[in-house]
Design a protein around this ligand. Structure first.
Ligand code: SF4
Length: 156
């Protein structure tokens, strides 16, 4: 836990973070837990608002984080390399931002001390997602970029 007391550890290069600090980077938006569709012809990744069945839509938290990869085999464990390479992480994702050498946003709990700020900024899945259990055909749940507020949490 002392690792999390290190002043502004989140500003360090991602390779310099301890595992605990790396885990703490997540802003809790839940958006990496939304399904994507890949266009077979172009390879383009298209976003939807359909959530993994484990995602708790009222809190944007995984319902079984410890066992998630056993329960959902294609759930990815985010690594330094993936943070740099996967095209579908939202532009607001703390891992993506730090992998690109950018600072966290003012609503990130590490910056403002408020775990709910990400939700108040409208950047998280709360109020925006539907569970895959209820969604029906995923093609009916495609969302455009303007579905989400911009990087500062301002609705477009
Ligand atoms: S998109 Fe990034 S910041 Fe948001 S929940 Fe997923 S890993 Fe965490």
């Amino acid at each position: 836990m002392d690792e999390l007391r290190e002043p502004r550890f989140w500003d360090k290069p991602i390779e310099a973070l301890t595992r605990t600090q790396w885990e703490a980077l997540c802003d809790g938006c839940g958006r990496c837990c939304l399904h994507k569709i890949e266009d077979e012809d172009t390879g383009e990744v298209i976003g939807t608002n359909v959530a993994c069945r484990l995602l708790e839509l009222g809190t944007a938290r995984c319902g079984d984080y410890r066992n998630r990869r056993a329960l959902v085999p294609d759930c990815l464990r985010l690594t330094h390399r993936l943070a740099r390479e996967v095209p579908w992480l939202p532009s607001t994702c703390a891992y993506r931002l730090r992998a690109e050498g950018k600072p966290l946003h003012s609503w990130h709990y590490l910056e403002c001390g408020d775990r709910d700020a990400v939700h108040k900024a409208g950047v998280s899945v709360i109020g925006k997602a539907i569970s895959e259990v209820l969604a029906g055909p995923i093609e009916e749940h495609i969302v455009e970029d303007d579905f989400w507020p911009d990087e500062d949490g301002v609705t477009k």
